[in-house]
Write a protein that binds this ligand. Structure first.
Ligand code: BGC
Length: 450
């Protein structure tokens, strides 16, 4: 590590226009699954099934953000957090996904947005963070091409109600994860499996992202419109050609397949032949409909993975050598702590000339939190954030597009199929009492942002 980077790690070093914040998602924090007219989402249904969530956890009230939003926003203000990235629950606004609007849902996000603005915090809204209305899943969900028009209706509604105050929108959160885990592997909601479900979901989510972005741009010409992707720095297990080729396939699928069509480059079929099968779902004028000139792109990077060729893994022919097997420092998610990963990913995405601004819209870590004399002394999380931020600064100093950084996440919350065990928050939540305690990492971020 360049010594000057270590000593320069202060907010000013990133420049006055850099966007700082925290990120979260409706389903992970709100609770109130059936309150005030909300319809069920695929996650409400999936999480109620047996053996889908680790340790038998149920999302229940999550962090009760639905009722405690004002206090949590007050806490954010105390922590000097200037930007809050959160998602809207589609089924709270449109309980059946389309058709009848739920006025209480509309009003809820009006109150959240107004409270943020009163506290001087800028709302950054994600339209879709994985909680599809269950009623739409029953009609085929992301495998059904009509989802593009269902999503359009939802997007137009959000623009109509919130566009007067919200100036930063992200259309989608990590399509690679909700399609891969939810429609190919079946380990996330809605729990579907198989290549054809997966490929249809990929294509329809790509079309919906561009279509949604166009709707936002037409309705709100002054808004900043972005979308977010997960990305992982990949390295081959050894320099053998088979591991190198396997790494390229995984890179194509995870880091390129979702963004490239949206940038007007089409699906990277030439570098991963299985993707050729997606062509049967593509209609002639889809190529034009798939691209959009985004104001910013969000990338979400947590780790590096080491890839091995594997004859036994269908389609991709590759497997991951987990961090615990490699005996390297890792988080509770078994993700290696590897700060250079974020530098590599900024560099990689910044190289696309079509990307105007690049913001790290998520980065953070889950560790076993230790209470010491009434405080959560989460040294590892603070070190993780500092280590990754130094690499963000390095990328910025080298001239790569680097325009913001959002910590995942404000409060400990419901970590999808992992349940409540992995805690990512800057703020500890006692899920029995809903008591909040700012962790030492939160105090560090507060002072950093001062
Ligand atoms: C997702 C979040 C998730 C976080 C940590 C991202 O993939 O957008 O919802 O909680 O990573 O796993």
């Amino acid at each position: 590590m360049d010594q000057s980077l270590a000593t320069d790690l202060n907010k000013a070093a990133f420049g006055p226009d850099f966007h700082w914040g925290v990120s979260t998602a409706a389903f992970q924090i709100e609770g109130a699954a059936e309150t005030d007219g909300k319809g069920l989402s695929v996650w409400d249904v999936f999480a109620s099934r047996k053996n889908k969530i680790k340790n038998g956890h149920r999302p229940g009230d999550a962090c009760n953000f639905y009722h405690q939003y004002a206090d949590d926003i007050g806490l954010m203000a105390e922590l000097n957090i200037p930007n809050f990235r959160f998602s809207l629950s589609w089924s709270r606004l449109l309980p059946a996904g389309v058709g009848a609007v739920n006025p209480k849902g509309i009003d809820y996000y009006n109150r959240v947005i107004d409270t943020l603005l009163e506290k001087g915090i800028t709302p950054w809204v994600t339209l879709y963070h994985w909680d599809l209305p269950h009623a739409l899943e029953q009609r085929g969900g992301w495998t059904h091409r009509d989802i593009v028009s269902w999503f359009s209706e939802y997007t137009a509604l959000c623009a109509q109600h919130y566009g007067d105050r919200v100036k930063h929108f992200m259309v989608m959160n990590e399509p690679s994860v909700f399609t891969g885990a939810g429609y190919f592997l079946g380990v996330h909601a809605p729990g579907r499996r198989g290549l054809s479900n997966y490929l249809k979901a990929i294509h329809h989510s790509t079309l919906a992202t561009a279509t949604g972005a166009n709707i936002l741009r037409a309705a709100l010409p002054k808004a900043q419109i972005g979308t977010t992707f997960s990305c992982t720095h990949l390295e081959p297990y050894t320099h053998s050609p088979s591991h190198i080729r396997a790494t390229q396939r995984v890179d194509t699928l995870l880091n390129r397949t979702f963004i490239e069509p949206l940038l007007g480059l089409g699906y990277p079929i030439a570098d991963f032949s299985v993707l050729k099968k997606i062509e049967k779902y593509i209609q002639p004028d889809d190529y034009d409909k798939m691209a959009f000139d985004f104001d910013f792109i969000g990338i979400q990077c947590y780790t590096r993975e080491i890839v091995k060729a594997s004859l036994w893994t269908p389609y991709i022919g590759a497997s991951i050598v987990k961090a615990s097997q490699r005996k390297v420092p890792h988080t509770l998610m078994n993700w290696e702590v590897y700060p250079e990963a974020i530098y590599e990913m900024i560099k990689k995405f910044s190289a696309y000339p079509q990307i105007k601004k690049l913001i790290v819209t998520e980065n953070g870590a889950a560790f076993p939190d230790v209470w010491q004399s009434g405080a959560v002394n989460d040294v590892k999380r603070t070190e993780y954030l500092q280590g990754y931020l130094k690499e963000v600064l390095r990328a910025k100093r080298e001239g790569h597009k680097t325009d913001g950084y959002f910590v995942w996440t404000l409060t400990d919350n419901f970590e999808w199929a992992e349940g409540f065990h992995p805690r990512f928050g800057l703020v500890h939540v006692d899920f029995e009492t809903q008591q909040r305690t700012v962790k030492n990492s939160g105090l560090w971020y507060r002072d950093f942002l001062k």
